[in-house]
Design a protein around this ligand. Structure first.
Ligand code: AMP
Length: 599
């Protein structure tokens, strides 16, 4: 029997604004890891971390259901790093292996492991397909503690004996459902076979379909199950809160926040961030933009925090940029807007945050900025709270102009009313009268409006491009049955991607899958290389996911013949896929790719 630890049932941290010690200290990790978390500005563990870290530190196997954005990477990386340094440092390398579905995730996880483990002197190496072998071979030879690999490339190295897993103590399967979707099931089996039976295994997956359970049953020993998917009842007040989300890339996030704040012109808003560092950065940028903003986080002394809160209550500050811990206990009734700079890592935090607005019968607005890969998390929150979050397009430059004109109109109207009240409407008449001898009075007024409006325009604002929203696939669980977005490929495709293939699939010659998410028209594309060129279905899925960002779940059946393959893809994305695959190297070479004449 496995133990179940539901993160949301575990005690929330006790941190009050007086004791802003990070909840991380209580988890029993190496002090150097705690120091790097403080440096990164993490204030408290996310629910998945609170639940998974103690179990992993104990050496237990873990089966965790967690989507991107929940803090899952730190949930496995921190204990893995702690255990590397627990007792004698293993002389033999490699000591830990993280398997991930895509090249991009390999790079992200390696970067996270490096960041958290810098003070421990841990060597982490991402290895993924498509990249040249030589540098990977050299790095492996020099010695690596943690390897983060896509399954195909890991197998390549195992076959060449350039990677040995004989001394691996911990194996992590990250985004396991996605790896299965990409046809890596056989590769995973082959890799796990080469690791010691005594290893610790952690499996992280956004969903837990039966296929995941069968991997878990075969490879995890009495795992602690961690799930943060608990239905929560939204506080009654949130019914008065308009909930909106904008999907933007990380690159455009700051600009999008500025745009949204310009449009909404909140009089009292709390902007929530995940880390202290983010709070400070945002505060600096927004202050430089001329907004009355102040930072509130656990790095400030109690006195400083009191002063910041006092100014916000007294309406001397319009924007409070805060972490969750620091804003706890802040009770202000006039908050008009809550902005989530990131999607909160769990639904309860979301409800708690947005409950700060829409109080005392007022209407409130809750705005969430989500990166495309966090879309699933957003939909989870929607499902768990039972309240819709409208995904809207980021306001355009034209929207902004219209809004500024509206503000100009309001300003003028108020000035006229005020002058009337004070019996002071004559001021300025003289100038108007003299101009009226030459021009139409309407033209004179319009020129004055333009001048006033020009004073509002800042520097020329660029348009913020719409980020691709992951298409929906039917939710695998959940009472509402509402679709959840497909998981997988990251939206921000790596630059210079052409010519690389991250992944290889299983040995099967055909991949019988239906594009599950689009539900729209499907077309076949023809790839001019097949079995003889050693192309397998997984190669094609890997190449499409990596080169186009189209998720594996949207790719349909793949048939591999001796000299060619056909792949079913959504009609709307066929041209994109044909162009990208045509430019890429598959199994080391360029192959002709076109729409299939028959299909
Ligand atoms: P992940 O779900 O692993 O993709 O993490 C999502 C984001 O949350 C990453 O940018 C992490 O740096 C950040 N993060 C993870 N854990 C925490 C934490 N405890 N506090 C603040 N930020 C965190």
């Amino acid at each position: 029997m496995s133990t179940t630890a539901t993160a949301s049932e575990l005690d929330p941290t006790d941190s009050t604004p007086e004791t802003l010690d990070t909840g991380f200290a209580a988890l029993g990790m190496d002090a150097r890891l705690l120091a790097s978390l403080t440096e990164l500005g993490y204030e408290e563990p996310t629910p998945i971390q609170r639940a998974a870290i103690p179990a992993l530190l104990e050496g237990r196997d873990v089966l965790a259901m967690a989507a991107t954005g929940t803090g899952k990477t730190a949930a496995f990386a921190l204990p893995l790093l702690h255990r590397l340094n627990d007792g004698a440092r293993p002389a033999e390398r490699v000591a830990a292996l993280v398997l991930v579905p895509t090249r991009e995730l390999a790079m992200q996880v390696a970067e996270a492991v490096h960041r958290y483990g810098k003070a421990l002197g841990v060597h982490a190496l991402p290895i993924y397909g498509g990249a040249p072998m030589e540098p990977q071979l050299r790095a492996l030879k020099r010695g690596v503690d943690v390897v983060i690999a896509t399954p195909g490339r890991a197998l390549d190295h195992l076959r060449r004996n350039s990677l040995s897993l004989a001394h691996v103590r911990t194996v992590v399967l990250d985004e396991a459902d996605e790896m299965l979707d990409m046809g890596f099931a056989d590769d995973l089996e082959a890799i796990l076979e080469q690791t010691p039976d005594t290893r610790q295994t952690a499996l992280f997956s956004a969903t837990l379909p039966p296929r995941i359970n069968s991997i878990a049953n075969g490879h995890l020993k009495n795992p602690v199950r961690v799930k943060i998917d608990r239905e929560i009842v939204a506080a009654g007040e949130t019914a008065r809160v308009r909930q909106v989300a904008y999907v933007v890339t990380r690159f455009h996030k700051m600009a999008a926040l500025g745009r949204v704040l310009d449009i909404e012109s909140p009089t009292a808003a709390i902007v929530f961030c995940r880390t202290r560092t983010e709070v400070d950065e945002l505060n600096e940028t927004l202050t430089a933009r001329g907004l009355r903003a102040e930072a509130l986080h656990g790095g400030l002394s109690q006195d400083q925090r009191d002063r910041v809160m006092k100014r916000f209550r007294a309406k001397k500050t319009d924007l409070l940029i805060a972490t969750d811990v620091a804003a706890r206990g802040l009770d202000v009734t006039h908050v008009t807007h809550v902005v989530n700079f990131d999607v909160p890592s769990d639904a309860e935090t979301y409800v708690h945050r947005i409950g700060r607005t829409g109080r005392a019968g007022r209407e409130g607005v809750a705005i969430t900025l989500a990166e495309p890969r966090e879309h699933r998390l957003l939909r989870n929150i929607e499902r768990l709270t039972g309240q819709p979050i409208a995904v809207e397009a980021v306001p355009t430059v034209n929207d902004l102009r219209a809004r500024r004109l509206e503000l100009t109109r309001t300003t003028l109207r108020e000035a006229i009313l005020e002058a009337q009240e004070q019996g002071n409407t004559e001021a300025g008449h003289e100038v108007v009268a003299s101009l009226a001898e030459e021009f139409d009075i309407f033209d004179i007024a319009a020129a004055a409006v333009r001048l006033l409006d020009a004073g509002r325009q800042g520097t020329e604002e660029p348009e913020i491009p719409a980020a691709p929203v992951r298409s929906e696939r039917p939710a695998s669980s959940g009472p509402s049955g509402r679709g959840a977005p497909s998981r997988g490929a990251r939206s921000e495709r790596p630059s210079g991607a052409a010519g690389r293939v991250a992944a290889r699939g299983g040995d099967s010659e055909a991949r019988a899958a239906k594009p599950r998410s689009s539900g729209g028209a499907v077309v076949k594309i023809f790839v001019g290389g097949g079995r003889k060129a050693k192309i397998r279905p997984g190669d094609l899925v890997g190449a499409i996911v990596n080169e186009t960002g189209v998720p594996a779940s949207e790719i349909g059946s793949i048939v591999v013949s001796d000299r060619h393959c056909t792949v079913e893809v959504p009609a709307g994305k066929a041209d994109l896929i044909v162009d990208a695959l045509g430019a890429a190297h598959i199994k080391g070479r360029r192959v002709p790719v076109r729409r299939d004449r028959v299909g």
